[in-house]
Write a protein that binds this ligand. Sequence first.
Ligand code: KG4
Length: 333
Amino acid sequence: MIILGIESSCDETAVAIVKDKKEILGSVVASQIDVHKEFGGVIPEVASRIHVENISYCIEEALNQANMRMEDIDAVAVTQGPGLVGCLHVGVQAAKTLAFAYHKPLVPVHHLAGHIYANELVVDLEFPVLALVVSGGNSELVYMKDETSFEILGQTQDDAIGEAYDKVARVLDLGYPGGPKIDKLAREGKPVYQLAKPKTQGKYDFSFSGLKSSVLQFIKRMERLNQTYEKADLAASFQEAALGEIFDRVKAVLDDYPDVKHFVVGGGVSANSRLREKIAELNKLYPHVTFTVPPMSCCTDNANMIAVAGEIAYLSGRRADDSLTANAGLEIM
Ligand code: KG4
């Protein structure tokens, strides 16, 4: 099957053409990072306008790369949600137009499912799967007993982990996006500062807002006392606490769900070098589980993952008609 996937949930306009869930024939990602850098974060209205400017070019370029015409495509898949509603609308509208004009099936995809299925590009998923999705908008632990069932075991109660990285980086004056900057700085420091441990309700839920405030309070206290602190040590302390929050929950799930065969990750934060080290350590503790950390091109927002998720959804019978609308708070399906 040849699927054209469209992703526009946040600040990347992406279009990809993927064959049989594995072969990327064409893939374009137009990142808006340079624009949003100036504001220190994504401005939704600005992001939507740039999607409008980019989407047609991205579709054309993906088809050119694949050396294909719309007639060669079997179905059009699109991120329906969750995400920024104005941004999602651009992708959904483009997908509906293509599907209508070229008489192609239209397949709505959940963004999180896309991040999970991105792993299919490098490995066949073995079920039950435990997926950790960590990005600027998501922090979820998802249990999948088979290809089309999603059970959210844990999720953030406040900020997503990537959001916390970006906000802490702003306080430390490191620039946007903060994740890679903190990752790099933390390697030069040690986690010597004690930060508040967040409280959560559900056994597998996360919380990052208290940790972020704790970093802010620490800096204010040091300034008040006229004391100096090492930025690199503070970055390392924040990172250890944030990843500790994640990995305590992952371990708890792996202990409570001994049937899990495959652990996969997705989302921009899975680029983090310490997170990757921690996954390798975890692999040693659970040798019966296959651990997959896909290459970075699969982890950050892209449309390859939407095309793969689209093929799976298509084969399970999911279709939409021209009444499809973007859904910023879409539940996973
Ligand atoms: O998945 P993604 O590209 O976009 C969405 O959020 O949808 O993720 C972007 C997030 C940002 O918050 C960024 O700071 C974070 O991923 N990130 C990282 C690293 N690289 C990107 N966080 C921690 N360490 C990194 N190396």
